[in-house]
Design a protein around this ligand. Sequence first.
Ligand SMILES: NC(=O)c1ccc[n+]([C@@H]2O[C@H](COP(=O)([O-])OP(=O)(O)OC[C@H]3O[C@@H](n4cnc5c(N)ncnc54)[C@H](OP(=O)(O)O)[C@@H]3O)[C@@H](O)[C@H]2O)c1
Length: 328
Amino acid sequence: MTYEPNPNRYDEMKYARSGRSGLQLPRISLGFWHNFGDVDDPEQARRMMHRAFDLGITHFDFANNYGPPPGSAERNCGLVLAQDFMAHRDELIISSKAGYLMWPGPYGEWGTRKYLLASLDQSLKRLGVDYVDIFYSHRPDPNTPLDETMGALETAVKSGKALYAGLSNYGPSGTREAATLLQAARTPCLIHQPKYSMLVRDPERGLFDVLTEFGIGCIPFSPLAQGMLTDKYLHGIPNTSRAGKEHGFLQEQEVVKALPKIQALHALAQARGQSLAQMALAWVLRQPTVTTVLIGASSVAQIEENVGCLKQSSFTTEELSLIDQITG
Ligand SMILES: NC(=O)c1ccc[n+]([C@@H]2O[C@H](COP(=O)([O-])OP(=O)(O)OC[C@H]3O[C@@H](n4cnc5c(N)ncnc54)[C@H](OP(=O)(O)O)[C@@H]3O)[C@@H](O)[C@H]2O)c1
């Protein structure tokens, strides 16, 4: 089957600039943490990449360790990129990251120059591309000087192997320090990737302020709390869900604990005339600092439903305070 992208792919999607940069990202981006590894159906993965691009989703987010096994999401999707997307490489923003365990020994994780630059070379090979658009430090490393980690991002950009630098999982003060170093190196931080959803609100405590001050964009991950902020778990835990699968990262107890909140939020979403997933994404996108929301998906239907959040994105003050009450 030859893939012919939808000629109208830019008609419906909305785009926003990342912080003070000129780079526009789609308001919905697709992440490849789950559902694109060797344990997953390659045809389904390929269909999701096609459908996402057809809907105007121009940003695909990877990391070295996505799979399982680690590396397999980049390798599998690299084959699809080579087969179906090479004519469209310049229409895509492809990111990767390094920070978590990737290979054994003292150089296979965290934030040294040795690890980050070796990992970037490996990611480029697996993805089959000459450069990634964004290269992230995936987590702060308490045992490596920050200027070494930021120096590696600077080298990645100045060598042309990445176009922009990003930070993920850095707190407000670490972000401030890192952004200052990157600014001095004339490799400004394009974007920050924190965990943020109606159930996880840490970035509201200082991080968003730092991002605004430095003109850094924001791409929150797990905006659906790994699927909990959808209608999927309202009536139990399906075997095919992330919480039901052996290799899924979501624990069954987490879902059970959150269920009363999920039910109350579901009722509110119904009253607004949208699905809980759509309301959860619109709620993240309402933050002025947020450039794009980084979803995961296990089917084409989920991607389609989630993009539908753009149709109703405003909230009344009453709705926002009800969400605050429900989520505590
Ligand atoms: N920087 C970091 O440290 C970090 C950490 C985690 C993730 N990320 C990035 O963020 C991306 C998104 O994270 P995430 O996958 O946790 O995001 P998420 O959007 O919160 O959860 C995605 C999961 O929710 C379920 N889902 C999605 N849409 C649905 C719908 N409409 N109806 C029912 N269920 C739906 C699917 O799970 P089922 O499989 O159950 O169907 C899907 O895999 C990752 O792929 C990765 O790129 C980054």
